[in-house]
Design a binder for this molecule. Sequence first.
Ligand SMILES: Cc1cc2nc3c(=O)[nH]c(=O)nc-3n(C[C@H](O)[C@H](O)[C@H](O)COP(=O)(O)O)c2cc1C
Length: 218
Amino acid sequence: MSHLLHLDSSARSASFSRELSARFAGVWRAAHPGAGYTYRDVAAEPVPPIGQAWTEICDALLAGEITDPAGYASVVKTPEQREAWAVIEPLLAELLAADVVLIGAPMYNFSIPASLKLWIDQVTFPKMSLAGKAFVVAGARGGTYLPGTPREPVDHHERYLRDFFAGHYDVHDVTFLHAELTNALVDPRLSPRDADRAASREKALLVAETLASTGTVA
Ligand SMILES: Cc1cc2nc3c(=O)[nH]c(=O)nc-3n(C[C@H](O)[C@H](O)[C@H](O)COP(=O)(O)O)c2cc1C
């Protein structure tokens, strides 16, 4: 049975990335009756930053050359490490159980929200392969960073996630949907681009629906 893990990380509720991820999830779930579904809002319920005990667990995994998540618990020894593992374990279990990982990810300061980075730090261990899973990122940006635009070189949002999923998870099946120019609604200097903002949102919603319903991401 297929399982969808759906994360959101926008700090606000009237959020384009939430709208996009919700559209994908709704269509995907309708197309996969009986499939599993887990939702986690890392902005509303932030996971804590990793601490010393987390780094001890990570170092022990490296030293023991343990790369299979089934073996991770074997290096958890001290009370502090057990406390850290109690945070890691459910987050990791959700990630490992997923066939499709859907991440609502706004651009903050050219990159991703700190809340999403905290989740990534908690669940990522050395040489952990998630090959075979499909990732979908529902992004939103105040400006535009598409290929050929002046700000393309400072897109550390899509580029970071793409490089990270490939380099750390061996996941290359990643689709990015972006609602761009969302600041046209609030920034008078961008208001002349409001039609482009609306078109970008419509296109991203359509791609989300198509992707979720056609089985391209199953
Ligand atoms: C803390 C913060 C930092 C932001 N940094 C950028 C940025 O670097 N580039 C940009 O284009 N938009 C930036 N924005 C605008 C957001 O990307 C935009 O509002 C987007 O729609 C947020 O996603 P959401 O609608 O899902 O909340 C920033 C917004 C916030 C709150």
